[in-house]
Design a protein around this ligand. Structure first.
Ligand code: GRF
Length: 196
């Protein structure tokens, strides 16, 4: 299974996929890493010898123009699956349409709770005693697509956004690696999920 992974940040989830794919048995390979900015995680391309591309959001007149270029870059690699892993942008609907259902996203909350760009902060602000990590098939909503996998994570007294996010990320990584495995070996059928 060939993957393109899109990031905006440090790419800790991406690193987990790269490390998993170092195992010859792992049935997926990251063929390219893309970002919407000069993301720190692009350095992983150097470290693991994987091509990277950057489509700087700020270089485009609007979201659709950015999306068109992003899609063109992705399609060069003909991936079987595109993984949004810390991409902090809403993907335009025509990009979702072009890639669906082979487009999945990791989110640091127990969807449908706390969707959007600040799921960790929102859970804390709401005084939640538990939150979670979720993996979904991307649709035209915001973190509203069919859930592939998710897991509850406790919020502990004194948690900050950082301490809570640091507890969530390892779970996200585990769910993501497992989901890629399940998709590659047919245990998870994205078409079925997205038509359900
Ligand atoms: C992850 O928690 C992801 O779910 C969220 O942003 C974080 C990105 O972390 N959208 P990293 O860049 O993978 O370290």
């Amino acid at each position: 299974l060939s993957l393109v992974v899109l990031i905006s940040g440090g790419g800790s989830n991406l690193r987990a996929l790269l490390e998993a794919s170092e195992d010859a048995e792992f049935p997926a390979r990251v063929v390219a890493i893309g970002a919407d900015r000069d993301a720190d995680g692009l350095a992983l391309g150097e470290e693991f010898g994987i091509p990277t591309f950057t489509v700087p959001y700020s270089s485009f007149p609007d979201r659709d123009a950015w999306g068109d270029e992003l899609l063109a870059q992705i399609q060069q690699w003909q991936p079987d699956l595109v993984v949004l892993s810390g991409l902090m942008r809403l993907v335009p609907s025509r990009v979702v349409e072009a890639l669906s259902p082979h487009l999945i996203n990791t989110h640091p909350a127990y969807l449908p709770e706390f969707p959007g760009a600040h799921g960790v902060r929102d859970a804390l602000a709401a005084g939640a005693t538990q939150t979670g990590a979720s993996l979904i098939v991307v649709d035209n909503g915001v973190d509203a697509g069919p859930i592939i996998a998710q897991e509850r994570i406790p919020v502990l007294p004194g948690d900050t956004e950082t301490t809570l996010h640091d507890r969530i990320k390892p779970v996200e990584r585990r769910l993501l690696v497992q989901a890629v495995l399940d998709i590659a070996n047919g245990h998870v059928d994205l078409k079925e999920l997205s038509n359900a």
